[in-house]
Design a protein around this ligand. Structure first.
Ligand SMILES: *Cc1c(COP(=O)(O)O)cnc(C)c1O
Length: 497
């Protein structure tokens, strides 16, 4: 007698045999792990010899040809692809020679945190499912809160980066200030031309792009002009608008400038504005007691964004937002599905899912906690202090080489440009500076980037990678010194025809 279900059972066992292969045998798992770990040690051990900017290679043929195969590719082939076609060319962000944009980090225990988080696949969205994972994240947030001096009641969430952290903060601000769709056109946001573009992006995503957006002037140090802010708020009130959100920056991306955070806090308090501080680049310098005063006033913010994947040297994918009154975060983000009914709230250990747009998410806390506990906080403080002093050293030395320099670095970004002795058209000066940047990139040992401020081309040295030390800065200075000897820097007006 055959049952009509026999065929189904046969199919089931055939599928089971295939699907069980997803749980690879322990010795295969160890072999894969060994290959990956060997590769990673090779990368880290070889960083000193490697260029920060690699233009060689770049073929993607084998990667694209492999595509997604139906049957397993050999581990050796795959690791070879990782090494040659994936990790190979481009900017090497883990290098101490990375002095472009805002450098990242990659402290090694962060990678171990990711390995453990991924292998255990711990659920960090709600405390009920992962009490340890949620406790680690909350511990990290409380530590950040205490380092920047927010009150004990403040809390927040770890995000994938500063841009998403900003979005989370703005949504909370919008709801806290009761801004409904019909109010948007009357509501005013204040920031400067030096604010990061994620501010405009987050406003747009939060449905606030039709707000009146005031771009306030900056002073000679590229910090917000407080009197202009005061006057603008008064003028906006007089014309019937509703000032709503003030965005200060603690360390701008372009110049590293810190807005006058205390003065901004005073105005925000007087005018009943939500006070947001973008500390994605700079807030980590609060870890250094000697530099803490530069960030004075950050602790008065309603919301602060930090980016541990910048200033805490973590691998990419870790941002943070802290909110003075986390009830605002919960109001904007605390939604519950019926299928989550077993979850009980625990006030003292809030669940990330209740304070952010995410539900199922990466267990980010572990990649932050492991480096901090395995190294201890003191090493991070020392590294940040070193970066600040390196930026000042670079600034002083570049000036001595005859470069025009920007303001003395408030944190760890220095600006410089070459201005020829004879008065030259702006475009000519910009071209010379683009050439100088190219000379640095052609050398490849270090990577710098540039910006344009009021039409002028500036080269930036942004010092934040934990592996950047004086030898890297001296290497840049060496290239600059060589370039200054070159005739192309001595611009002369064209001879009359
Ligand atoms: C990097 C940066 C951001 C954006 O953060 P991401 O982590 O890149 O999303 C925002 N503000 C400032 C000042 C930054 O330097």
């Amino acid at each position: 007698m055959t049952s009509p279900y026999d065929e189904e059972l046969r199919q089931l066992s055939a599928l089971e045999a295939r699907s069980r292969e997803l749980q690879e045998p322990a010795e295969v798992r160890r072999e894969w792990t060994d290959l990956a770990v060997e590769f990673v040690h090779g990368v880290v051990d070889g960083l000193d010899e490697r260029r920060a900017w690699e233009t060689e290679g770049g073929a993607r043929e084998e990667l694209l040809a492999l595509g997604v195969p139906e049957e397993p590719a050999s581990a050796a082939t795959v690791m070879d692809l990782v090494e040659r076609e994936i990790d190979g060319p481009g900017l090497q962000p883990a290098s101490g020679g990375h002095l472009g944009y805002i450098p990242g980090g990659g402290v090694f225990p962060g990678a171990l945190g990711d390995l453990i988080a991924a292998a255990t696949n711990r659920y960090s969205g709600v405390r009920y499912a992962g009490p340890g994972a949620v406790a680690v994240e909350n511990l990290m947030l409380r530590w950040l809160r205490d380092e920047i001096g927010l009150p004990k009641s403040a809390h927040g969430t770890l995000t994938s980066g500063g841009s998403i952290a900003t979005l989370v903060a703005f949504v909370a601000a919008r709801d806290a200030k009761g801004i409904r769709a019909r109010d948007v056109e009357q509501s005013v946001v204040y920031t400067t031309s030096q604010a990061h573009h994620c501010v405009a992006k987050a406003l747009a995503i939060a449905g606030l792009s039709e707000c009146v957006q005031r771009t306030l002037p900056v002073d000679a140090r590229y910090s917000m002009d407080v009197e202009a802010l005061q006057a603008q708020v008064a003028a906006d009130r007089a014309s019937g608008l509703t000032p709503f959100l003030l965005v200060g920056t603690a360390g701008t991306t372009d110049t590293g400038a810190v807005d006058p955070l205390n003065a901004l806090a005073d105005i925000a308090a007087q005018e009943n504005l939500w006070y947001h501080v973008d500390g994605a680049y700079g807030a980590a310098f609060a870890l250094v007691s000697e530099l803490r005063s530069k960030l004075a006033g950050i602790e008065r913010a309603d919301s602060v964004v930090m980016d541990p994947h910048k200033g805490l040297f973590l691998p990419y994918g870790t941002g943070a937002v802290l909110v003075r009154d986390p009830a605002h975060l919960a109001r904007s983000h605390g939604h519950r599905g019926a299928y989550l009914q077993d979850i009980t709230d625990i006030e003292d250990e809030p669940s990330p899912a209740d304070l952010s747009p995410e539900l199922t998410r990466h267990f980010r806390g572990l990649r932050m906690w492991l480096p901090l506990v395995l190294h201890g906080a003191q090493r991070f403080r020392a590294a940040l202090h070193e970066k600040h002093l390196l930026a000042r050293y670079f600034h002083r030395r570049a000036s001595a080489l005859g470069f025009e320099v920007g303001p003395e670095p408030a944190l760890s970004v220095a600006l410089f440009r070459w201005v020829p002795p004879a008065e030259a058209p702006v475009e000519e000066v910009n071209r010379i500076n683009a050439d100088i940047l190219k000379a640095v990139l052609d050398d490849g040992r270090v990577f710098l980037s540039s910006t344009r401020i009021e039409g002028r081309f500036w080269i930036r040295a942004a010092i934040l990678c934990f592996r950047t030390h004086r030898e890297h800065v001296d290497h840049v200075l060496g290239i600059l010194e060589r370039v200054t000897q070159e005739p192309r820097l001595a611009w002369a007006p064209p001879a009359p025809k």
